[in-house]
Design a protein around this ligand. Structure first.
Ligand code: ZN
Length: 252
């Protein structure tokens, strides 16, 4: 099942489920008891929001060997984690705003895990039970500030630096899917999720040994090699085979 969040005509937000090209409202608690209304509204007519509202966004750095190497870094022995603030979230279609403080903003196309139930000290074997589904993310990064700052909060945390969506897919298999990132139609990144250093189960186990994960929380699983600059007027598309496409324009 694919889940979206959208703006209602009344200006509030609602969850919806997709059946072919139609959407039905999801009433109740998406991560608990809910009811699916009949899918009647054409998908195209809806104004999409980011597909959930995480309390936190945990990201994994250097989780593909070739990407660690391209920036001159070692592959970590344990997962390297950092946070992006929820204020950086934007949905598909919305502008990534290039901040004046950076001269080098880059795209990072990534598979994103959406947590389905509260997780603390979960084992890698049990981790799947805590996954609600998967979505697509762009871990937008001010690379110059990442190099000058010891902490990455500024480099990773500007408003609009966390596009994700367009939906959450609850049936997606993350074991071997091709992740690509194109800028203005030109391929920049391409790799399979099977090349991740730490897989989904290991990441959930590791992160939940540090912090309690809540329903709707996101884990960005790291980016493949080929990261590169974004300029005013670019269109950046992150696509994951079998999952969909996240597309955002860029402006200064
Ligand atoms: Zn990243």
């Amino acid at each position: 099942m694919r889940i979206i969040r959208y703006k209602t005509p009344e200006g509030t937000a609602s969850y919806g489920w997709i059946l072919e090209d139609k959407v039905g409202e999801v009433q109740g608690n998406l991560f608990g008891e809910y009811r699916r209304r009949e899918a009647r509204t054409p998908f195209k007519e809806l104004s999409l929001l980011a597909p959930c509202e995480p309390s936190k966004i945990v990201c994994v750095g250097r989780n593909y060997i070739d990407h660690a190497k391209e920036l001159g870094n070692e592959v970590p022995k344990i997962p390297l984690i950092f946070l992006k603030p929820p204020s950086s979230i934007i949905p598909t279609g919305e502008y990534i705003a290039l901040p004046s403080q950076s001269k080098q903003v880059e795209h990072e196309g990534e598979l994103v895990i959406v947590i389905g139930k509260r997780a603390k000290n979960v084992t890698a074997e049990d981790a799947r039970e805590y996954v609600f589904g998967y979505t697509i993310g762009n871990d937008v990064t001010a690379r110059d500030l990442q190099k000058t700052d010891d902490q990455w909060t500024r480099a990773k945390g500007f408003d609009t630096f966390c596009p994700f969506g367009p939906w959450i897919d609850t049936d997606f298999d993350p074991s071997d899917a091709v992740v690509t990132c194109r800028v203005n139609g030109q391929m920049r990144q391409m790799a399979s999720t099977r090349d991740m250093v730490f897989n989904v189960g290991t990441l959930i186990a590791y992160i939940s040994s540090v912090m309690t994960l809540e329903p709707g929380d996101l884990i960005f699983t790291g980016t493949p090699a080929g990261v590169g600059e974004l300029k005013n007027g670019d269109i950046v598309d992150v696509e994951i085979e079998g999952l969909g496409k996240l597309s955002n324009p860029v402006k200064t």
